[in-house]
Design a protein around this ligand. Structure first.
Ligand SMILES: [Zn+2]
Length: 250
């Protein structure tokens, strides 16, 4: 069994040329679970796989993370073999926000007769959930307002921070199995996102060494982060992951 992480995009909400910040966990060279669904990121995903995601996890509901849902509604609803099948795992506090952002429109079809969520299999989740026989963990991060943004852990393999300020206390608990940590980080931080000064100040060296940074503003910023000795993801890059911890497997 082999596991990998493929970045479909690595940019912030303005750096559309770098793609929406999203990725797919691959198992045995096939898409397994996609994290977020921005517009540009979905375009990159469809170009890579030639098919919509197999399953989705939503970290939060900013549009660069969920704007692709409108297109997915069309591909899922109008294909009888796909309709209502794609699991969409959503931390429970996000369900009303996600519905208001993408699901709540008068008559999703002009001709009527359909509800937005009939296209998907919406699965509200708490601190952990099962996908395809594997137990993944969910934890809150710091992005704007409490309980509106979450990270994802595949124990022993991967921690995906989602958009966040530094969260040393959360990673001490949720990234303590030598996982690769894909982390929000730009050259300069702000009240919404981490900057490299923040992470260098707040994270121990052994954690920073496991981080691969994404959500930057430009290719020049990515080069500057690398020049400071950090690993930075490129759109389209695939990173090998360790096998998940045995206790995460059903
Ligand atoms: Zn965000």
């Amino acid at each position: 069994m082999s596991w990998a992480l493929r970045f479909h995009g690595v940019g912030n909400a303005s750096a559309v040329e770098l793609g929406s910040p999203m990725a797919t966990i691959e198992r045995d060279d096939a898409p397994w679970l996609t994290i977020d669904c921005g517009g540009e990121g979905l375009t990159a995903l469809l170009a890579e796989y030639g098919a919509p995601p197999r399953a989705l996890f939503v970290t939060h509901t900013h549009l660069d993370h969920v704007a692709g849902f409108e297109r997915l509604f069309v591909s899922e609803y109008f294909d009888a073999a796909r309709r209502g099948r794609m699991p969409v795992y959503v931390p429970a506090p996000l369900v009303p926000l996600l519905h208001r952002r993408i699901g709540d429109y008068p008559n999703v079809l002009a001709e009527g007769g359909a509800n937005f969520w009939e296209a998907f299999r919406l699965i509200p989740v708490g601190d952990a959930f099962w996908h395809d026989g594997v137990r993944l963990e969910v934890f809150p991060v710091r992005h704007h307002w409490p309980d509106t943004a979450f990270g994802l852990r595949l124990p022993g393999s991967l921690v995906w921070s989602g958009d966040t300020r530094p969260i040393p206390e959360m990673l001490a608990r949720h990234a303590d199995r030598d996982e690769l940590v894909a982390h929000d980080c730009a050259l300069h931080g702000n009240p919404s996102h981490s900057g490299i000064d923040d992470l260098e100040r707040e994270y121990p060296a052994d954690l920073l060494a496991r981080c691969v940074l994404y959500h930057h503003a430009s290719r020049a910023d990515a080069r500057a982060l690398r020049a400071r000795g950090h690993r930075v993801a490129d759109a389209g890059e695939v990173l090998a992951l360790a096998d998940p911890a045995a206790e995460a497997m059903a």
